[in-house]
Design a protein around this ligand. Structure first.
Ligand SMILES: [Zn+2]
Length: 340
């Protein structure tokens, strides 16, 4: 199974280390080249009915044999359903149930979007007419794609429908959670075709295009979110050509920001990002070292700021600055003062 090979490569690349150059080369191994290739939107009409299902070494993946002799891999949803991804912050009536702090997320998040067992179907192949990000002083948390009313809207990836409801702003909206932790949102639909808890395969119709909610005309408002943080869907999808840019996409944490719009990435950016990560890590280590060097003093009867400054080889001004107090502030017995 290809997935286990990737895991092995990931482990190998994590285990090795040393020179920055070497690390850069190994970091590239985190996502092997073939997985960085674009994935074309899958056309489901070519598939014959299934006649048999076989197990594979991965319990979550089955082999489907079709009547015309063809075969394909397929994800077993009953196995996926046990994954914590589909339990954590699972609310069917809240648009964004997550309560994650951005800083708690890793610098880079690997999203396994499509492989031989998980396909991609472009929800709407058309040029984006309103991009992600700030516009006219307001924040646009997705992309707007022109779509005539009544057009079937396919889901982009396999997953479970978390939200299928009517909301004031989004109108009829469907939010689907995917196995990699990604959520995709389909808003302003004229009709919903699924309910919360429905398992969908990429390409299944989740609703019909419309203009419900705060909308000025028929279009699909499409969002991609990770742990509740919206990011530009164009990092993942080239809507005009109906192509997923990479089967496995490494999402940078700094993209989870309303001011960060998609721009074509180059190899140079990759190296720059890896290097800046090194710097960020060094900065985090420096802060940790400083934190470890901090010193506190519990105020006792008779203590004065001047006395403490002498005792800890510092100055009254420095102690005042560290604690945000004035030099003539009375010291309370038992209070902890930072002196270094
Ligand atoms: Zn929109």
């Amino acid at each position: 199974m290809r997935i286990s090979v990737t895991m092995l490569l990931m482990l190998l690349s994590f285990a090795a280390g040393a020179q920055t150059r070497l690390q850069l080369k190994q970091a590239e191994l985190l996502v092997p080249r073939p997985w960085k290739q674009p994935v074309r939107s899958f056309v489901s009409s070519s598939e014959a009915p299934a006649c048999d299902t076989l197990d594979t070494s991965d319990p979550a993946v089955k082999l489907i044999l079709c009547e015309d002799g063809s075969w394909h891999y397929s994800k077993d949803f009953s196995v996926l359903a046990d994954s914590s991804v589909f339990r954590k912050d699972w609310k069917t009536n809240v648009l964004n149930p997550y309560n994650t702090r951005l800083e708690s997320l890793p610098f880079r998040i690997t999203l396994s979007l499509a492989d031989s067992a998980s396909r991609f179907v472009c929800p709407c192949q058309v040029k984006v007419y309103s991009p992600f990000g700030r516009r006219r002083g307001r924040y646009h948390s997705g992309v707007d794609l022109p779509l005539p009313k009544g057009t079937p809207v396919p889901v982009a990836f396999d997953g479970e429908v978390r939200v299928a409801m009517s909301s004031r702003g989004y109108g009829n909206v469907v939010i689907v959670r995917h196995a990699c932790g990604l959520e995709t949102t389909y808003a302003h639909l004229s009709e919903l075709k699924v309910g919360s808890g429905t398992w969908v395969r990429a390409g299944d119709i989740i609703g019909l295009g419309g203009s419900t909610g705060r909308s000025t005309g028929p279009h699909l408002h499409f969002e991609t979110r990770y742990d509740g943080f919206a990011f530009d869907p164009q990092w993942l999808i080239d809507f005009e050509n109906g192509i997923l840019r990479q089967g496995v996409y490494v999402l940078k944490r700094r993209y989870l920001d309303s001011s960060c719009r998609y721009y074509p990435e180059s190899e140079d950016d990759e190296e720059q990002i890896l290097l800046s990560e090194e710097q960020e890590r060094a900065e985090a280590e420096r802060i940790a070292r400083e934190k470890a060097a901090e010193k506190y003093h519990k105020v006792q009867s008779g203590d004065t700021l001047y006395g403490l400054a002498l005792k800890y080889h510092t100055s009254v001004a420095a102690i005042c600055k560290l604690n945000g107090i004035k030099a003539d502030a009375p010291l309370r017995i038992g209070k902890s003062l930072r002196v270094k």
